[in-house]
Design a protein around this ligand. Structure first.
Ligand SMILES: Nc1ncnc2c1ncn2[C@@H]1O[C@H](COP(=O)(O)OP(=O)(O)OP(=O)(O)O)[C@@H](O)[C@H]1O
Ligand SMILES: CC(=O)N[C@H]1[C@@H]2OC[C@@H](O2)[C@@H](O)[C@@H]1O[C@H](C)C(=O)O
Length: 401
């Protein structure tokens, strides 16, 4: 048996494994790195997040990625060069965290790497009959593995598409295994660049679980701030949106995209919800002269309305449901206030801290759970294919040498 297979076999047999979960999201703010002690698998998965850091990306990284990110036309040579470059950079960032945490790389069983999405195009978006759904993450795991010396499991999304899903949201798998409850109906709401949710029925009945992207959370707001308020990256504490007035015609127009009329499950991204989308809506409503503050106030309300609409849709037949939020949007007070005001059945929106997971670390932890399933699980049945949750094992294994 090859020594790498033996090492994986030994990791899979262990009572507890150390898995580093990595997530680099659509906001391009940094690489989320979560050191997780994982035991068990399936519904018995236990996670202890021993350390968490977001390693900020510098302007050079953001510039390079933005050159190709969510663009239909870009320099294919640059894409080819970025694929290994991002993998090596993520590897160096992992080593930086390990040094900071004083953890030996030899003690880590595997890294679970999401990579960097540069393009996502479900059928509903590309409308080309010859093609199925597509998604592309760069930052190849071989480069992470060689850079760190740690076996790396990556490229989780392709199997989901191969098995009939849209390649996202994958959070549902970890949400179901780790956050299901027999005490309450739960909605796990993640508000990153794009918002998504997982509905977990109190019955924990896998066939009743569903998950979907909702629409933009921060992505258009961030793009607007980066365009008009550089060097700011986002509207910290909603300071700018708070100074503006909501423009109703623009708001109504922003809500018109056909994505919002599609049934769950569905996915989207900054390929659709971007500054061009805003510009089109402003042109249609003759609101190009609005102040930046009014635009931000309107965008903030727009994100909140679409998020609230999805929560209300999930909970309309339920006596009670508890929402646990995560992702950077929880730090945007105006967004949170709007969502709460638009969901009259909710008394509060909790965050995943209440369930033992730092809300900023949640997505990185989810990839650690997927890697744990790849290694030591695999018998769990999830929902059904029609709900975009096929029963599959995700991730490809890269060895260090
Ligand atoms: N204090 C704050 N005030 C307002 N917004 C904030 C604050 N802190 C973070 N954010 C928002 O959260 C964003 C980052 O969120 P997060 O890291 O969850 O996104 P992501 O993981 O990159 O996205 P996705 O989940 O869509 O891939 C920032 O770009 C910003 O818009
Ligand atoms: C293609 C892609 O990278 N999608 C991301 C993005 O960010 C949020 C939302 O859009 C979600 O669908 C997904 O990430 C999370 C981690 C997921 O798959 O659950």
């Amino acid at each position: 048996m090859h020594q790498h297979i033996l090492q994986l076999y030994n990791s899979a047999k262990k009572q507890q494994r150390l898995i580093i979960g990595l997530m680099s999201g659509t906001s391009l703010d940094g690489l989320d790195v979560a050191l997780c002690k994982v035991s068990g698998h399936g519904m018995d998965t236990q996670i202890d997040v021993l350390a968490f850091d977001t390693v900020d990306y510098d302007d050079d990284y953001k510039q390079k990625i933005k050159t190709v990110f969510a663009r239909r036309e870009c320099d294919l040579e640059l894409v080819t060069l970025l694929h290994p470059w991002v993998g090596q950079l993520h590897g160096k960032m992992v080593l930086q965290c390990l040094a900071k945490w004083k953890v030996d790389a030899a003690d880590i069983d595997v890294i679970a790497s999401h990579g960097q999405t540069i393009y996502h195009c479900p059928k509903s978006q590309h409308n080309q009959s010859d093609f199925n759904h597509g998604t592309l993450q760069i930052g190849d795991s071989d480069h992470l593995a060689v850079t760190t010396g740690i076996t790396t499991i990556g490229d989780f999304r392709q199997k989901h598409i191969a098995a009939g899903g849209e390649g996202a949201p994958l959070a549902v798998y970890g949400d179901y295994l780790f956050f299901s409850s027999l005490i309450e109906n739960r909605i796990l709401l993640n508000m990153g660049g794009i918002a998504n949710l997982t509905f977990l029925p109190q019955s924990a009945d896998a066939s009743a679980v569903f998950s979907s992207d909702i629409g933009p959370s921060n992505t258009i707001m961030d793009a607007y701030i980066q365009c008009y308020f550089a060097p700011l990256h986002y509207d910290k504490d909603s300071l700018i949106a708070n100074r503006g007035q909501i423009n109703q015609p623009l708001l109504d127009e922003l809500c018109q995209d056909e994505f919002f009329n599609l049934d769950f499950p569905k996915t989207t991204g900054p390929e659709v919800f971007n500054l061009a989308y805003l510009h089109q809506a402003q042109t249609t409503t003759n609101t190009l002269q609005l102040s930046h503050e009014d635009v931000m106030a309107t965008l903030n309300r727009f994100s909140a309305m679409m998020i609230a609409q999805a929560i209300n849709q999930c909970s309309e037949k339920l006596a009670d449901v508890t929402v646990y939020a995560s992702g950077g949007g929880i730090h945007n007070p105006l967004l949170m206030k709007h969502i709460l005001s638009l969901c009259p059945q909710l008394h509060e929106i909790k965050n995943t801290h209440a369930l033992g997971i730092d809300p900023d670390a949640k997505e990185a932890v989810l990839f650690a759970i997927l890697a744990n399933e790849c290694l030591a699980g695999g018998q769990q049945r999830f929902g059904n294919q029609a709900q975009g949750i096929p029963t599959i094992t995700m991730g490809k294994v890269s060895f260090a040498d």
